[in-house]
Design a protein around this ligand. Structure first.
Ligand code: SF4
Ligand code: SF4
Length: 143
């Protein structure tokens, strides 16, 4: 991924992201053609063992997602702009005295952390020093 899961890695360089988007676009076009032609193909699996190990670990953590928002840390440079509240897809943030307060029904999309214009949100120390990722297709929703 280009950088959406900041708890594991920061955003890739813009050049790398562009290459990924182009490769993805090419792949989607191929898949569309395969579907149109009703071709039967095996599902591609890259690194199946590694994927299985990673997803097993990941899915074990899913039940704790709603309350994992207790790990968000708000830094002093928060401007109180409210963009995090506006952008949260599940209304899990309420602004109280110009500060975001997480409501413990989080989906862990990490959008609030990634899109904060002041980079005022961290997730414990996991996101510290990591480049934020801005999905070019999502940006306009938050403006
Ligand atoms: S988006 Fe960032 S600066 Fe704005 S209110 Fe939320 S945490 Fe504060
Ligand atoms: S991680 Fe996503 S779901 Fe959770 S509070 Fe932030 S924007 Fe909302």
């Amino acid at each position: 991924m280009p950088g959406s899961y900041i708890l594991m890695y920061g955003a890739r360089s813009k050049e790398e992201q562009q290459k990924m988007f182009e490769a993805e676009s090419k792949k989607v076009t191929e898949i569309v053609e395969q579907v149109k032609e009703k071709r039967e193909l095996l599902i591609e699996k890259k690194y199946p063992l590694l994927t299985k190990i990673m997803f097993n670990k990941f899915y074990k953590e899913v039940p704790s997602f709603p309350t994992n928002d207790k790990n968000f840390i708000l830094k002093d440079n928060c401007s109180g702009c409210g963009l995090c509240e506006k952008g949260c897809p599940v209304q899990n943030i309420k602004m109280v005295d110009a500060r975001p307060v997480w409501q413990h029904h989080c989906e862990m999309c990490l959008g609030c952390l990634q899109y904060c214009p002041k980079q005022a949100i961290e997730y414990g120390d996991k996101s510290v020093g990591r480049e934020r990722y801005y999905n070019p297709n999502v940006k306009r929703v938050l403006e």
